[in-house]
Design a protein around this ligand. Structure first.
Ligand code: GLN
Length: 311
């Protein structure tokens, strides 16, 4: 199996040292808490589908998960609706930024669950009678993916709510199309809390590994989502996970992944492993520069590329 045997002895500190000298990119200024991030930070973790965990230095540095939450919220929405969520959100890549004010033409649905419009929608259809219950369902589901109880940073959650004007615009646009069926503020609040969930690279790698092992957390053995759901989610990560950088990512890294504005990237290699890199400076598409570089090297070293023929 690609990757898994070599992953168990892979030297993540050496990989970290290789990417640390890369100093291009800039830290987001979307909210003050993210703007304050230390641009020198870099943490990497790998978790195999048989539960082996490897970490670099700073793999325990904490950050808000931001858009790396989107695959997992999509997974919970699919699980809770018996996959009927697939009728509520598109699955085509947009070629546009994560917060583009654009819906699928003809249907008014969000284009896919990996952009903000899609995540606002998926977080509104997880199980729960009101926004508090939906937020709690997401918190519990994310914790099951990570194998430990995750917490929300309340300051970040309220900054998301206060400063999320584009998300507010998207929610109202979907309301006007009839595709968002909850109150716009409720949708923004639940999605904002999901983005404000605190993780470290190790927790995020376990989450990626849970998808990679068909929905079973390889560290706790918990069945979090079905195999079909995990496959659906990884497929959409592959095509849409890095926004308008998804094509370049697929060529250079070749692994289904999701980027985020905090500088996190989560990777899922079905049947092999999950991985996560956290380093705040971002490129033009909002992808962590060191994260992209580290993922490309890892993919090469462990023969993880989906379309590469092993040597
Ligand atoms: N919370 C951020 C937002 O909704 C997440 C965006 C991202 O990580 N790309 O704008």
């Amino acid at each position: 199996m690609n990757g898994i045997r070599d992953a168990r002895s892979y030297d993540l500190d050496a990989l970290r040292e290789r990417v640390l000298p890369e100093t291009s990119g800039s830290v987001t200024e979307s909210i003050p808490q993210l703007a304050d991030a230390d641009p020198a930070q870099c943490g990497i973790a790998i978790v195999t589908v048989d539960g082996e965990v490897r970490r670099s230095r700073e793999a325990d540095a904490v950050f808000s998960i931001q858009s790396a939450v989107k695959p997992f919220v999509f997974a919970l929405a699919l699980q809770d609706t018996d996959r009927a969520a697939l009728e509520r959100v598109g699955i085509e890549p947009t070629g546009e930024a994560f917060d583009a004010i654009k819906l699928e033409s003809g249907t008014g649905r969000p284009p896919n669950p990996m952009v903000n419009a899609g995540a606002l929608l998926t977080s509104s259809i997880v199980e729960g009678r009101n926004s508090d219950e939906r937020a709690e369902r997401i918190a519990a589901g994310l914790s099951a993916f990570a194998g430990r109880r995750l917490h929300v940073d309340e300051d970040i959650a309220s900054a998301e709510q206060r400063l999320g004007d584009r998300n507010r615009a998207l929610a109202h646009l979907m309301r006007s199309e009839g595709t968002l069926r909850v109150d716009a503020d409720d949708a923004i609040g639940v999605y904002g809390r999901a983005c404000a969930t605190i993780v470290d690279a190790e927790a995020l790698a376990v989450m990626g590994a849970t998808l990679a092992s068909g929905g079973v957390n390889p560290c706790t053995g918990e069945h979090v989502v079905s195999r079909e759901v995990a496959r659906d989610v990884i497929s959409v990560m592959a095509t849409c996970g890095v926004y308008d950088g998804s094509g370049r990512w697929m060529r250079e890294v070749g692994v289904p992944a999701k980027s985020s504005v905090s500088g996190a990237i989560v990777l899922s290699v079905p049947g092999a492993l999950g991985a996560a890199v956290f380093s705040p400076p971002l490129d033009e598409q909002g992808t962590s520069v060191r994260g992209h570089r580290a993922s490309a090297i890892l993919s090469d070293d462990l023969s993880l590329h989906s379309f590469g023929v092993p040597r």
